[in-house]
Design a protein around this ligand. Structure first.
Ligand code: ADP
Ligand code: MG
Length: 684
């Protein structure tokens, strides 16, 4: 189909300049937009009932002939119009208020389809069958009905647009213009999967002839949506693959050196993933890899091995974390891991004094810093890296897709390793990170026991904290997580302050209790974290600041207050703070859920420790749009496809997009498709 201009829809049957503006409000600016403005839902109005059987409390379809009509005027503007119709089994009266013009619409002997509900009062009080303001449509020999007598599309509307008007416009547009639309899917794909052609698909999305063809239409359109998206991703991916980056050499001796320092062996999954990263780094093309692994699966060691590799090759390594607490934890942990290596490791976060920061920046510029760990502060404009070899981004879900490219600009095609502890269902990973290669650590270090997770109510609080007491006496530490820092008048939830007071006065008065939250200054935060690591603190009460990355092996109990206030992914991340050694760990959620959704989240938590199942459940509960917080990559723009339910179609789309783009000349061979993609590239 030729490109459509802004003004095109104005000239469509039933539109005009005023109505065009209203359509614009729905995002319909062109004929193509109109064709792709798919129904929100459908109503089956195809099942005609005999008038003698219809009763109130249900919308019904009937087909009947006009017997009589009557207009009753009530003053200048008010009127009642009544039509009596019969289908041979009984009669029904249809009534409209203040629509006097209808007297010229209905003619005796005409056949009409009607859709509506019998008026209860007329029926029960006066024993009369009356429908007020039904949907009506005249039945004519040679033209099909579109508002009645069939499965009818129901659209999302805006002010000044009725269902009937929009349905009519779309129907007319399809009738008059759809034939001009070309199918941009390559014929070999249509044939291979037996897809119906585009015009038939669009027609049947709006006005489905039957269920079977409707499903065919939907599948074809879902495929095309995902296919275009996958091509865009693959294109991006393949363009990196053609770029020149840094070719690292093997430094096995140094890596072995680290492995000897560790008190454990790598799991098979870790070894595998390392093999993939090593190969990428030794390749001349820049690495673009997503490393997925559940909390505690051992991603940090892998990151450190990769960083050693780049440093030994004479480059700078960069590691970025989403929060200052996590950046500091990484810094402390990695410094310890690398204590036998003669590396200069720097911490760069927002909270550092300016004078100190300047010195760090000087060292970074002069290539005196080998490894720089930090937060967003790492990509301030005024930082000059001497030569970045590898960027590791931890906990990807906190960063936007754009941010990861921003940081890459700091070097010349450095290798990139993105790590995420929120396991993303494979289907989503393909969609969102289709431009990255995927590595998965799907195995926990040996000896880990699943965290025992329970859900209790307020009533059990004293029992719960007695249990905590026993555990502290056995030498273990506890996290208590609260949704708020300070008490709030508006929210019925516990704050860190309140719980600290309650535990200090009541349940755990003989122990050392501290509170950690985002409002403390950095020194204070650091002091508390290191005291907790050194086991000087028994109970750490905190907000979700401890959600990511914090690793204290001796803390094995977590109590979550008002757990109904946290999201599922968040609860799982929080729980990941315990169970990081061979001791049995516990997660006790105190909660009083008010919604079904909140209840479901708590149930899922008690049922499984498996991060992949958790994130699938999360996705099901929340839907992909909210799952990622922001609108990314137009995933939430998918009009037909559902990335969860259409996994099979997604897999096909991925495979075909991959095959297609493997051939560098594909845009020439499939010009309809590449034109279509150009048209869409704005949003991808
Ligand atoms: P993640 O970053 O994936 O959440 P970490 O890298 O922090 O996990 O690892 C969690 C804990 O497990 C750390 O204390 C780490 O030293 C330890 N660990 C990592 N790999 C292994 C392994 N192969 N065997 C035993 N312990 C391991
Ligand atoms: Mg981690």
């Amino acid at each position: 189909m030729s490109k459509t201009k802004q003004g095109d829809i104005r000239y469509l049957t039933g539109v005009g300049p005023k109505f065009e503006k209203r359509l614009n409000k729905l995002g319909i600016n062109s004929l193509k937009d109109l064709f792709y403005y798919f129904p929100r839902t459908y109503e089956d109005r195809g099942d005609f009932k005999e008038i003698r059987f219809i009763r109130p409390a249900q919308e019904v379809s009937i087909q009947a002939e006009v017997l009589d009509k009557e207009l009753i005027r009530r003053g200048k503007y008010k009127s009642i119009f009544k039509v009596t119709l019969s289908d041979g089994t009984d009669t029904v009266v249809c009534t409209w208020f203040n629509q006097a013009y209808l007297k010229d619409v209905f003619e005796k002997g005409d056949k009409y389809n009607l859709y509506g509900e019998l008026n209860k009062e007329s029926f029960f009080k006066y024993n009369k069958k009356e429908i007020v303001n039904p949907v009506y449509e005249k039945v004519e020999e040679d033209s099909p009905t579109i508002h009645t007598g069939r499965v009818v599309p129901i659209y999302s509307l805006t002010e000044g647009i009725t269902q009937k008007r929009l349905r009519y416009i779309i129907y007319q547009a399809i009738k008059e213009h759809l034939k001009k639309m070309d199918d941009f899917l390559p014929a070999y794909i249509i044939n291979k999967y037996d897809y119906i052609e585009i015009r038939k698909a669009i027609l049947n999305m709006h006005f489905p002839q039957d269920r079977k063809i409707f499903i065919q239409a939907r599948n074809r359109l879902a495929f095309q949506e995902l296919f275009l998206f996958q091509i865009a991703m693959q294109k991006k991916k393949k363009s990196y693959q053609r770029q020149k980056g840094i070719q690292h050499s093997a430094v096995s001796d140094t890596i072995n050196h680290l492995l000897q320092d560790l008190h454990f062996d790598l799991t098979e999954a870790q070894k595998n993933v390392w093999g993939q990263i090593k190969a990428d780094m030794e390749n001349i093309h820049p690495m673009q890899r997503l490393l997925q692994g559940d909390v505690g699966s051992g991603k940090t060691v892998i990151a450190v091995m990769s960083l050693i590799k780049t440093i030994e090759n004479g480059y700078q390594g960069i590691m970025m974390a989403p929060t200052e607490i996590l950046a500091e934890q990484h810094y402390i942990k990695i410094k310890k891991l690398l204590k036998n290596f003669n590396y200069n490791i720097e911490l760069l976060i927002g909270g550092i004094k300016d004078s100190k920061k300047e010195k760090i920046m000087e060292r970074i510029k002069n290539n005196e810093a080998d490894l720089i760990i930090g937060t967003h502060a790492l990509f301030q404009k005024d930082i000059d890296y001497s030569e970045i070899g590898l960027i590791v981004i931890d906990e990807q879900h906190r960063f936007g897709v754009e941010q990861r490219y921003e940081l890459k600009q700091k070097g010349e095609n450095p290798d990139l390793l993105v790590m995420t502890a929120t396991p993303i269902p494979r289907s989503l990973a393909l969609t969102l990170y289709g431009d990255l290669d995927l590595s998965i650590i799907d195995e926990m270090p040996p000896g880990r026991k699943p965290v025992i997770t329970t859900w209790r109510t307020e009533k059990s609080r004293s029992k719960i904290y007695n249990f905590v007491k026993d555990k502290i006496e056995e030498g273990e530490q506890t996290y208590v997580v609260c949704p708020l820092i300070e008490p709030s008048d508006d929210l019925e939830a516990y704050s860190v302050t309140e719980i600290k007071e309650m535990l200090s006065n009541n349940y755990l008065s003989e122990f050392n209790i501290e509170a950690l939250h985002g409002q403390l200054n950095n020194n204070e935060k650091n002091r508390i974290m290191s005291d907790f690591v050194d086991q000087k603190i028994d109970v750490l009460i905190s907000t979700t600041v401890i959600e990511v990355g914090v690793d204290v092996k001796t803390a094995n109990v977590m109590v979550i207050e008002n757990a109904e206030r946290f999201g599922l992914a968040q609860l799982h991340q929080l729980r990941g703070r315990v169970g990081r050694s061979e001791s049995q760990a516990y997660c006790i959620m105190i909660a009083n859920p008010k919604t079904e959704e909140a209840k479901k989240r708590l149930e899922v938590m008690t049922e499984t420790n498996d991060g992949f199942r958790i994130s699938e459940a999360d996705l099901e509960i929340r839907g992909p749009g909210e799952f990622f917080g922001t609108k990314q990559h137009g995933v939430t723009d998918l009009k037909v496809a559902d990335i969860l339910k259409d996994r099979k179609i997604l897999a096909k789309a991925n495979k075909e997009a991959n095959n297609l783009t493997n051939d560098k000349d594909w845009p020439k061979k499939h010009s309809d498709l590449s034109n279509k993609l150009k048209e869409l590239e704005i949003i991808i």
